[in-house]
Design a protein around this ligand. Structure first.
Ligand SMILES: NC(=O)c1ccc[n+]([C@@H]2O[C@H](COP(=O)([O-])OP(=O)(O)OC[C@H]3O[C@@H](n4cnc5c(N)ncnc54)[C@H](OP(=O)(O)O)[C@@H]3O)[C@@H](O)[C@H]2O)c1
Length: 287
């Protein structure tokens, strides 16, 4: 039995969608906080189990009879480490053999607040747990690009804090497909993978592609952190959120998200979604 946590979220749900294409539903379990959000999974025969990462006894109960767990990391601005430790400890107590953890890509030693410290601590805790582990260092989602540059085609300019840095963007769907492939194949005991797109792109590249697709000039302007945060706060974003986005730009500037790795391409047997494909389908769906 393979259990996927975060199964009502984007990555967890799509990973189950891919698992269902190769694995009988009776061998797939979904961990959710709210079972009413998982009726589609139950209807497809997935064993839906309820537990919150903070609820240790419920986690132990939910993990009974499970061989592999995909721990979809908890969200930022919560006590991620306590939640991850609970899941790891409960998996061990319930007799789970192998735990996969979704960490974030780290191609440099930049420390991204709210994310990297808890990832590092979770990875160390998992490695010391005695469970067989697989660490998935996921690249930045293409799907999160809209948070950084807006969800509409910019009028003339993109402003962000990334300097000349690049991001090896990967779609969440491609990550889910790769993750499902890892969960259903052998040879990943105590391995660490970086799961990214096959190319890294700067924000100049993004502006250039948008210009081509829109048929008008769009440029990228790299901003310092303080004016970017002030502009976002003035536009109505809460300050901690504006700061968080700015920090992703700083991480990009320092190369944290730039490294490309061919693992996703290898697992998918095709090129992962490119920048042009992503921008075209997301920003120009009618074209
Ligand atoms: N690489 C990237 O670019 C990137 C971007 C964003 C996030 N992430 C990280 O990757 C993870 C998965 O991404 P995603 O897009 O699937 O995020 P998502 O759509 O927000 O899904 C997060 C999932 O975690 C579940 N969850 C949150 N807190 C929980 C708790 N205390 N107990 C049990 N379940 C809990 C949520 O349950 P509910 O449905 O009940 O809320 C949801 O199913 C995120 O949680 C975050 O750590 C990575």
């Amino acid at each position: 039995m393979i259990l996927v946590t975060g199964a009502t979220g984007g990555l967890g749900h799509e990973t189950i969608d891919f698992l269902l294409t190769t694995t009988p539903a009776a061998e797939i379990a979904a961990l959710v906080r709210d079972v009413s959000k998982a009726t589609d999974l139950a209807q497809r025969g997935v064993d839906v189990r309820q537990a919150d990462y903070f609820d240790y006894p419920a986690l132990v109960h939910a993990f009974r009879g499970v061989e592999k767990v995909l721990l979809v990391s908890a969200v930022a601005f919560t006590d991620r480490l306590s939640q991850h430790r609970n899941v790891i400890d409960a998996a061990k107590e319930a007799g789970v053999k192998h735990l996969f953890y979704t960490s974030i890509q780290r191609s440099s030693n930049f420390v991204l607040q709210e994310v990297t410290e808890s990832d590092l601590a979770t990875e160390a805790y998992l490695k010391a747990s005695g469970l067989v582990y697989t660490i998935l260092r996921n690249g930045y989602y293409f799907d999160g690009l809209g948070y950084l540059i807006g969800s509409e085609v910019p009028d003339a300019e993109i402003r962000f804090t990334a300097g000349e840095g690049k991001v090896a963007f990967v779609t969440r769907t491609d990550l889910a497909a790769a993750t499902a492939a890892l969960l259903t194949s052998e040879g990943h005991d105590n391995q660490e993978y970086t799961l990214t797109g096959s190319e890294a792109y700067s924000f100049h590249d993004i502006a250039q592609e948008l210009s081509t697709l829109a048929g008008r000039p769009i440029t990228y302007h790299s901003s310092e952190l303080a004016p970017y945060i002030a502009q976002k706060v003035a536009a109505g974003l809460p300050e901690p959120v504006a700061n968080f986005f700015a920090q992703w730009g700083a991480a990009t500037k320092h190369g944290m998200l730039a490294g490309t790795d061919n693992t996703v391409e290898r697992l998918l047997g095709r090129k992962p979604t490119s920048l042009r494909e992503y921008l075209k389908t997301t920003y120009f769906p009618e074209a």
